[in-house]
Design a protein around this ligand. Sequence first.
Ligand SMILES: Cc1cc2nc3c(=O)[nH]c(=O)nc-3n(C[C@H](O)[C@H](O)[C@H](O)COP(=O)(O)O)c2cc1C
Length: 475
Amino acid sequence: MLESIGPEMRQYFVANNREELPFNRIERGWVYASSKNENNYEGFGTDRDIYQHQHIFIKNCMIPFKMDAAHPNNKDKTFLPCAKVMGLYNERRKPYRPASAINVSAMSFGSLSARAIESLNIGVKQANAYHNTGEGGLSPYHSHGGDVVFHFGTGYFGVRTKDGNFSMSKLKTLIEENPFIRAIEIKLSQGAKPGKGGVLPGAKITPQIAKIRGVEVGKDVLSPSSHTAFSDVPELLKFIEDIANETGLPVGIKAAIGKIEQWELLAQLMVETNRGPDFITIDGGEGGTGAAPPSFADHVSLPWIYGFSTIYKIFQKHNLTQRVVFIGSGKLGFPAKGAMAFAMGADCINVAREAMLSIGCIQAQVCHTNKCPSGIATQNNWLQKGINVPLKSDRLAQYFKTFRKELTEITHAAGYEHPCQFTMKDVNVNVDDVDLTRTLEDSYKYSKTPVDFTSIQHLKDCTYLGGHYHKNETH
Ligand SMILES: Cc1cc2nc3c(=O)[nH]c(=O)nc-3n(C[C@H](O)[C@H](O)[C@H](O)COP(=O)(O)O)c2cc1C
């Protein structure tokens, strides 16, 4: 009995503010307060040991960036779009500039409840962000008007033939019927379980989920560990081109990073063919999941900072960074961590668990059991009834807006207008006892390629800008 209530006892009574993982009390508290638009400040100064190994510092300027009266951030302090456009270099028919620097990462309907998906979708609409569907296909709950990135993995759920292979005609129809889908992401792997297919327990397979995914009710759904649509890097490149040609949308890949040989090959082929993915999402080994074996979650794939720096350097060596929108995910949904990610070359941030926290997740860590007490990661109707969709969608939107506002403020403190201007020299990291603290550039041995950036106003005027900015100027 004591063992079963131990986690709650420790969480509520014993653990100190900075102790718990994946997200400690201070981090959770910041997301909760930001999503409620409450006072998210701390009094008396930091309670962190800022000399600790891996602690980061962002270097402020003597005189910060000053906005003129007409600056878009004077009217809307939360306006922070991506500085790059997906699909522009490869001349896709429908390029897309994400209108928010922070977006909802892949989490499927199936792994999350209908009400949770609905809250996220309405929330991203309010915040002009995008909502990544995760592997479970597109559901009616993804269709409340927020920009959507359609994501699929080895199970091809929602776009699969009867025998479980990829169906281009189903994907084409899906894209034609749902114009709010702005980009397509092919999942190669995710940080919590790279090279391991997913499991959706039979208990979570309702008739509706079975219909959306194209699988049987009540039976465990296993997605295989590798794709059947391609088996090597040249075939992957062809697959990306075929999808982009058929749908007109930007196409990207998502992966957790381990060995680099195939990434080297991908970069070489991109140079040779002048083709390739429009965006690359790099997930960290610290990333979340609905269900994964601990051996994988704890030990397979590199943490975000090592994985991202490795891949960015390869693309930089081949002069490809301007062609690709880099998206980072892995506990990056905090403004200072966001600034660090931008300094390293990320163009956008995806958040999964931080988004869940904003709509009421209490980090019970039981997503794999169908018994999530907050109603977010369950298909149990009684549990999910607790989710008040209008309230929770406001909270997601408010969290995103607060993140963008604080990231913009940090950016201004460092003397810049947009976080894409951060360089590796602007952030220091404590490296234990060698040099005590070094710049990211010294630690990870590269400096970021400058991003083409004119002004926030220029991003605002862009015809490819997502969200609802051009439909509703009052945002
Ligand atoms: C409940 C849940 C479901 C997820 N489902 C998927 C998925 O379908 N496909 C995928 O690529 N990643 C999936 N992920 C991983 C996230 O998209 C994300 O990459 C990872 O959690 C890191 O972001 P975070 O630290 O902000 O949570 C899932 C994560 C969670 C928590």
